[in-house]
Ligand binder design. Structure first.
Ligand code: NAP
Length: 287
């Protein structure tokens, strides 16, 4: 059953492309207009059957759409919102997929003067270390969480439509306060990415690096897979969720220092306690 007549996706990459594929597969959208900077990427999205047509001009892409999804890196959102403002009607529902929510709300407020009631901030907690439309797939959101962080003035009907759109992809949708979202994601997603990038960078700078990577075992691969993620996207996330990331990073640095001291002092009890607690938490989480 058609839920959306015309949908515009600005940023037809991993997330935007996967959303388009999932909605097409679910048969809930008539036409999908893609928008981006690179015509070759957009043509590829047509060739792959992800979108129906494309525009490189945001205002033209948005014209006549019921719903607009902004799926570009968070640092590019303010400029996109400014362009959407010139073309979207008051009835056009606007949503985003950005990994940080406080900064995206700040960006739309800067573009519009205030946050429009038709804007529903969103974040699918799903992804891979790959980028671009070629990495997109319809099943990315199956049984994965999507968090919406509407404000007090957000239109209820717009929230319902965005919720239904995500549910049609197979996702489980919940709502959260903006700051709570940014604190939770700083700990569960942003810090692990920061650590993976930092660890690989440190090891790659060691003299023995050729040997280190040659003998890298499963643990190294598991821990560092996400260091293959897009640097620009993660740069934007780090600078746009700075306070929450710094807070959890400082806490982690203290704990790591304590663990280092325990190793230096042969404090087996401390080391075993940390490892046992961590294993119990990880085992419980992965059940
Ligand atoms: P991606 O695969 O690199 O896709 C981003 C798309 O945005 C590209 O297709 C690019 O198109 C377009 N784009 C970039 N800058 C633009 C601009 N200034 N104007 C118009 N289009 C622009 O990245 P992604 O992983 O889908 O991430 C997109 C968003 O989803 C980000 O905000 C990210 O925080 C969020 N997110 C990512 C994940 C994840 O794990 N990857 C998970 C949840 C949420 P062109 O090639 O044409 O420039």
């Amino acid at each position: 059953m058609t839920m959306i007549k015309q949908l515009t996706i600005i940023g037809v990459g991993l997330i935007g492309g996967s959303l388009a594929r999932a909605l097409r597969e679910a048969g809930v959208v008539n036409e999908i207009v893609g928008c981006g900077q690179d015509k070759d990427h957009l043509q590829q999205a047509i060739d792959l059957g992800v979108i129906n047509k494309y525009e490189t001009d945001v205002a033209k892409a948005v014209h006549g759409s019921d719903v607009v999804v902004v799926a570009v890196p968070v640092g590019a959102m303010e400029s996109i919102f400014r362009q959407i403002k010139t073309a979207a009607s008051a009835h056009t529902v606007i949503t985003d997929v950005g990994s940080t929510k406080g900064s995206v709300i700040h960006a739309i407020r800067a573009a519009y003067g205030s946050v429009p009631a038709s804007f529903v901030p969103g974040h699918p907690i799903a992804g891979t270390e790959k980028s671009g439309v070629t990495a997109s797939f319809a099943g990315l959101f199956h049984y994965r969480r999507v968090v919406l962080t509407p404000l007090e003035n957000t239109d209820k009907a717009a929230v319902t439509l965005v919720r239904k759109m995500w549910e049609a992809t197979g996702a489980v949708v919940s709502q959260m306060d903006v700051k709570h979202h940014d604190d939770v994601l700083a700990a569960t997603s942003h810090l692990p990415h920061l650590l993976a990038f930092a660890l690989v960078d440190t090891l790659a700078a060691l003299d023995e690096k050729a040997e280190i990577f040659q003998y890298a075992a499963g643990g190294f691969r598991d821990f560092t897979r996400i260091a293959s993620s897009d640097p620009k996207m993660w740069h934007d996330i780090c600078v746009n969720n700075r306070d929450a990331i710094l807070q959890v990073l400082q806490r982690f640095q203290l704990d790591l220092e304590k663990l280092g001291k325990a190793i230096a002092n042969n404090d087996s009890d401390y080391i075993l306690d940390v490892f046992k607690r961590a294993k119990a938490s990880r085992d419980q989480f992965s059940q």
